[in-house]
Design a protein around this ligand. Structure first.
Ligand code: GLU
Length: 556
């Protein structure tokens, strides 16, 4: 009788607040009414103020898996580590997901409110729920309060290290595991700080078999650690919080970073102890990069590209980043895209089994740039103008001003070699590149000096340059078709002893001073200050006669 009373007193002291009953909680989160095979997935970031590109990658995979099975994808904010939390971070997460078109069906929205009936979706608002289950575990003797101080824990670690045995709080090292009610009551009355630990019945020598979505079948040792489930501030640890939430929110598949793989035995053990069915887990490798010929994880500290904000600042279209990540997730995406250039990437079926399992996906800027160039190539000049302008407005206001002042001219420039819909010029990978591609068209930004021009044309003597330009100016007619214009260039080449095409030049190179590309180079350099540009005829047409003639006069 006394025994019962002590146990009740302990429970009341450990959990002094009125908590909801387990029945009431379970009733609030009924099984979801979804069709067979529908997946319920989530992204569960901690609001640390930094959105890692790996977070978008995981969210993308989870969202696609849910939506392609008519399931549900939700956002859960895991804010139980108050020390790491940064204000405004959950809005940043919701906005990043939105800007990448990763659609959340439930959870926090960009306006800060929540949608969905399985909330609250912020863990700090669910404390009573975690406490209620922790109380149940203590009541059943499956968890216990632990009053060991940090100093004591460190001491245990030291001894374990000296003896060369596995570190941690387990079996004989778990000092509070089998304390009497009397001792617990004394500690509680002494107002000592405590945590709640799960009482593990696992044995490290036993193996469990797991079938991971990404890693496949694996063996892991059972968990024998008495892990903390409720911290001294009353908030749950990740282990406890996520199993409760994934159960109540009816998650069917958890896609998360592989740093959690070694905790999987504990998580499965907790699910079993609760009598709940565990979701399927998929542990994905972090995105890696090559440095000094070896692979390493993208680092938040060292690599600017680890931060999602970087792609926005550089002006990568969101579509490009998403397609690049889809490619990292399922390498067959690339072929699918080639075969279906016009389809929305949502029509691509992401396959769980193909999620790169043997090693980490490798981040490759060249590949991202190629993907992005391909996507931008398919935009119309109008779209490029609008998207580039919204970027320059924020990141290059001076260029934005020019673009707005001369909107029609800018669109004409952007339209050069652009066959919208079928893909055209591939020189813009990100809006940051737009400046280099268009600025030379504007007189105020075009400032090539004679010296530079002479240097870029050093393979042609100055007398030739002068007469070439002269004859061109004399014969130039803005109304000429491309063919007529080209005939004139050929003729000028011939007159100056430059081969009019590559074929005849290659047959007899000694016979000529050079070939038509050298002649074209004269116009290119004088008009653009560059040796590589899009189509020269289109450039002249876009620039207009006055500008063309005045630029060509630089050296004559
Ligand atoms: N909050 C955890 C993290 O950011 C979530 C892991 C999970 O998805 O379960 O790593």
């Amino acid at each position: 009788m006394n025994n019962q009373k002590n146990k009740r007193t302990i429970l009341e002291k450990l959990f002094p607040k009125q908590l909801p009953t387990i029945e009431a909680i379970e009733k609030r989160y009924p099984p979801r009414k979804l069709k067979e095979g529908a997946m319920v997935t989530r992204i569960a970031p901690s609001p640390t103020g930094f959105m890692h590109i790996g977070g978008i990658y995981t969210a993308l995979i989870s969202e696609r898996l849910a939506h392609q099975t008519d399931g549900v994808f939700y956002l859960r904010i895991e804010d139980t580590d108050k020390k790491r939390e940064v204000e405004g971070a959950s809005n940043l997460i919701a906005s990043a997901l939105k800007s990448y078109n990763i659609n959340t069906d439930e959870g926090q929205t960009t306006s800060g409110t929540e949608i969905g009936s399985y909330g609250p979706y912020k863990q700090s608002k669910r404390t009573e729920i975690y406490q209620a289950y922790a109380k149940l575990l203590v009541e059943k003797g499956l968890a216990y309060p632990c009053f060991s101080s940090n100093e004591e824990l460190e001491e245990i670690h030291k001894i374990q290290a000296v003896r060369g045995i596995k570190p941690g709080y387990y079996q004989q090292w778990a000092k509070w595991r089998d304390k009497s009610d009397q001792e617990i009551l004394i500690a509680l009355d002494g107002k000592r700080e405590f945590v709640i630990r799960f009482k593990s019945c696992g044995n490290i020598n036993n193996k469990i078999f797991v079938n991971d979505i990404v890693l496949g079948g694996r063996e892991l040792p059972e968990n024998d650690q008495d892990m903390v489930i409720i911290k001294s501030d009353g908030l749950p640890t990740y282990h406890m919080a996520h199993i409760i939430d994934d159960h109540l929110m009816r998650t069917t598949h958890v896609i998360r970073g592989n740093e959690w793989f070694s905790s999987l035995p504990l998580h499965l053990q907790l699910f079993r102890t609760m009598g709940w069915q565990a979701p399927k887990y998929g542990h994905i490798f972090p995105i890696q990069k090559i440095e000094n010929s070896s692979k390493r994880k993208l680092s938040k500290r060292k690599d600017p590209e680890a931060n999602v904000a970087y792609y926005t600042e550089q002006g990568y279209p969101e579509d490009a980043v998403i397609e690049y990540l889809l490619n990292l997730a399922n390498s067959n995406f690339e072929n699918w895209r080639k075969a279906n250039p016009d389809k929305n990437n949502r029509e691509f079926l992401l396959t769980q089994k193909k999620l790169s399992g043997s090693s980490g996906p490798l981040f490759d800027f060249d590949k991202l740039n190629d993907t992005s160039k391909g996507i931008i190539a398919r935009y119309s000049a109008e779209e490029v103008y609008e998207k580039a302008l919204s970027w320059t407005n924020k990141y290059d206001p001076e260029l934005a001003k020019t673009m707005k002042k001369d909107a029609d001219y800018t669109k004409k420039i952007l339209n050069i070699e652009r066959n919208s819909g079928t893909g055209g010029r591939k020189d813009i990978a990100k809006w940051f590149d737009v400046r280099t591609e268009i600025e030379y068209f504007f007189d105020q930004n075009f400032n090539i000096t004679k010296d530079t021009a002479v240097h870029l044309l050093s393979n042609i003597d100055s007398a030739t340059i002068k007469t070439v330009v002269d004859s061109f100016i004399k014969s130039y007619n803005e109304k000429d078709s491309k063919e007529e214009w080209f005939e004139k260039i050929k003729k000028i080449s011939k007159t100056h002893d430059y081969a009019e095409n590559m074929k005849i030049f290659k047959e007899n190179p000694e016979r000529y001073k050079g070939n038509i590309t050298d002649i074209a180079r004269i116009f290119r350099v004088l008009l653009t200050g560059k040796i590589q540009t899009p189509d020269l005829y289109s450039i002249m047409q876009t620039m207009g006669k006055d500008r063309v003639l005045s630029r060509l006069s630089l050296l004559i």
